[in-house]
Design a protein around this ligand. Structure first.
Ligand code: GLN
Length: 467
């Protein structure tokens, strides 16, 4: 059987009826993953998943790769950082437990920017992942390995990514695959190595809207171990529908403005027009606080990150050095040696923003901006079922272009993703065209816990009006 043609749904059906030789399938998949990894560095750690069996001896089902900041029992978990190079968790994150309960197996831990700090995965402490559509270009970040693998691997497979300010949407966009960032709180964060707790979301990256709905149905829903997890468990896959007639879409003008490649704007507009041709109504709207979202995001995210990183002190997890000198000296020695440049920059930025004297001026101001951003989205969703915009302002840049960027240029790449992430609303990236062979992707934003609506719009687009 040619596995490469199977969707996840077909794979699940056929593996239940015994039509697939699972042992042979997993052998081939394992080889393929090794081969791809030698070329593209999608994984930090590959697991030997070839012969995982259930209690009654049956070979297990769907292969899922996991971003390396989510804990999997017994599997090294680095979060892309050398400081965690030797950390092996003794427990499964809630999402992993749920995947295992459904018979899923974990193929390995995918590459990422160190602790999620970045947009191109070039801040990984390990070999940088390359875009399978053009290896001179980035996969995006920070879930770069997850999206690159999804684009390159012609086997039924889903990737688990994670976003703080765009890390699912961005790599999905640069690699031309589907990425779903769920509402903040719909998916448990228990077992996630935090970047910024008030922003972090775990979500699926797959080849199709169907694939991401399948994984979302498995991982979502309340968890006693995460008090911020409030969402109800639903079967998004069973409820997928391509009925979009009469839906109302808002198109925020600010998302097509300065800094956004005109060819991307045009491609996304073509997509919106196609939706219109099948009965979706649209209107241009304004979200004036958009321009304040980027500075607010970088203050909030770095403030939270700088406190989260305090626990990596060379004593409890990961890297250790010979213990000598005072605690401060030891702590500084380990962190100087093992943290990358961007992690150090974020610690400095975040600590500064939280310092007495600057707190009101920066951190509290940023929180106020966040409230305004949320209110603007709330108002828009009173009138519209979803908003549509481009996901990233550019196509995947080449590594040699990235080398010329300063940190601020890199932060600017997040102008379209940070506001919805600050608001904690769900967002779906769906490819809508190509520019010079590289994908341009449309971002469908929904109201809190309205995942089903944006998945349905994504499905319509994918099935009926794909360019
Ligand atoms: N690029 C953004 C940042 O560096 C978002 C990354 C993320 O979502 N982890 O913070």
């Amino acid at each position: 059987m040619n596995h490469s043609k199977l969707s996840v749904k077909e794979f699940l059906e056929k593996s239940k009826t015994g039509e697939i030789d699972l042992k042979g399938f997993f052998e081939k998949l394992y080889e393929k993953i090794q081969e791809l990894n030698r070329k593209y560095n999608f994984f930090i750690t590959i697991s030997d998943f070839r012969d995982e069996r259930t209690e009654n001896g049956k070979i297990k089902g769907l292969p899922v790769s996991v971003k390396d900041n989510i804990c999997v029992k017994g599997m090294r978990c680095t979060a892309g950082s050398r400081i965690l190079e030797t950390y092996v968790p003794v427990f499964d994150a809630t999402v992993i437990k749920r995947i295992r309960n459904e018979g899923g197996i974990i193929t390995g831990k995918t590459n990422q920017d160190e602790f999620g700090f970045g947009t191109f995965s070039t801040n990984s402490g390990f070999d940088v992942p390359k875009n399978p559509l053009d290896p001179e270009r980035t996969c995006g970040g920070s879930s770069g390995g997850a999206a690159g693998l999804t684009a390159a691997l012609n086997y039924p497979h889903i990737a688990l990514g994670q976003s703080t300010g765009g890390s699912i949407s961005c790599p999905a966009s640069f690699c031309g695959v589907v990425g779903l960032t769920p509402t903040y709180g719909l998916v448990s964060r228990y077992g996630l190595i935090d970047y910024a707790n008030s922003l972090d979301k775990i979500g699926p990256i797959g080849k199709s809207v169907e694939d991401v709905s399948i994984l979302l149905s498995v991982i979502s829903g309340k968890d006693k171990k995460d008090a911020t997890c409030a969402g109800e468990k639903k079967d998004y896959f069973a409820n997928l529908s391509s009925e979009a007639k009469g839906m109302r879409i808002g198109v925020p003008k600010e998302y097509f403005g300065e800094g956004v490649d005109e060819r991307i704007s045009e491609t996304v507009w073509n997509g919106i027009k196609k939706l219109e041709s099948i009965g979706v109504e649209y209107e241009e709207i304004e979200l004036p606080s958009t321009k304040y979202a980027l500075p607010a995001y970088y203050i909030i995210a770095t403030a939270e990150a700088s406190t989260n990183l305090a626990k990596f002190c060379g004593m409890r997890y990961g890297a250790e050095e010979k213990i000598e000198g005072s605690f401060d000296e030891y702590f500084s020695k380990v962190r100087t040696k093992y943290f990358g440049e961007e992690a150090k920059r974020r610690i400095l930025l975040g600590t500064y923003a939280r310092m007495a004297g600057y707190r009101d001026k920066y951190y509290l101001k940023a929180l106020q901006v966040r409230t305004v951003v949320i209110q603007e989205f709330k108002k828009a969703f009173k009138k519209y079922d979803a908003l549509i915009a481009p996901t990233m302002p550019v196509i995947a840049p080449k590594f040699k272009e990235i080398e010329k960027m300063n940190p601020l240029d890199v932060y600017m790449m997040d102008i379209l993703t940070v506001a919805p992430n600050l608001a904690g609303i769900p967002m779906l990236s769906v490819p809508c065209g190509k520019i010079k062979g590289m994908p341009a992707v449309m971002h469908i934003l929904g109201y809190h816990f309205d995942e089903q609506k944006i998945l349905n719009i994504g499905l319509v687009f994918e099935k009926e009006v794909k360019t």
